[in-house]
Ligand binder design. Sequence first.
Ligand code: ZN
Ligand code: ZN
Ligand code: ZN
Length: 355
Amino acid sequence: MRLFNCSVCGNLLYFENVSCTQCGHALGFVPGQMSLIAINADANAYFAVPGTQTRFKKCANYQQYQVCNWLVAETDQQNYCRACRLNHTIPNLSVEGNQALWQIMEKEKRRLVYSLMQLQLPLVSKEQDKEKGLSFSFLSDAPCEFSERNRVKTGHDQGHITINLAEADPVQRERMRSQMAEPYRTILGHFRHESGHYYWDRLIANGPLLQQYRALFGDESANYTDALNQHYQQGPPANWPDNYVSSYASSHPWEDWAESWAHYLHIVDTLETAYQFNLHTRPRAANDQCYKMDVDANPYTQANFQAIIDHWLPLTYALNSLNRSMGHSHIYPFVLSPTIIEKLAFVHRVIKGHA
Ligand SMILES: [Zn+2]
Ligand SMILES: [Zn+2]
Ligand SMILES: [Zn+2]
């Protein structure tokens, strides 16, 4: 994720900021420019950038509910921003607490949309393209029914991504993480995973990359329901860490792809943050070059996947050690075997091939 400067006072800003802590200006993210800018209200309730003639309106979800911080061009017919116009169903806001949970969801969703735009992936709403577009629904179960087999299933179906709103509640999410024996469960991880299913349909299905995909991930025509049932009843194969980035990835070739895709997004976005902070690591106790890291290029535009991996591994060693020093468990509970790295390299080639 990029870092930003206040366009009025130069203060360092973060993606989620809604006002500058130094000069007090309200802020808005302009997706077309990938920039966070200071805004002023003017007489017509449109928001002008101080010192320029440019005018924007706040996204309707920014204006009305404060669950967004993105802007829309004044001339745009749409009242919703690039991220919010992907919404199909928002939570029932008459239920107490839902607005706060929705706000958490939208924060994570905007991080996904940011990455998809940075990677120049096709991104259209279902409203624009009913067949090939993308949409999101945030739904909740009746109280006390949140489980993997509940009625609202987080998942993807032909461009439509549904996320169970309970995932935004840290207590519920941690309970599920523990029940499913997962080392890692985050909302952003869900968004990244489900987007992987969507882009499989867009970039792999019935296309020239299908054979390469099958050679690495297996034959996705294997019965999906049977595979999932088998996974939940018998667990993953004992040697899954040799071939899969997570135990769930071993359940079916589609899930392997979605997990690998999500992992690729974890890597490039975290590396971009390291690049923005100009992080270097040179462990004092290590003589080996492979522990040194200096992210010298934006990973979103990096053509060479090996360079991404070479930067990534030393960064994860440092991140895990920092987390342990704060009494937390490893922030990065994954081990990348050569087979997994090959799969990630394929995800990279698919994305670069499209861009
Ligand atoms: Zn400022
Ligand atoms: Zn918005
Ligand atoms: Zn999946």
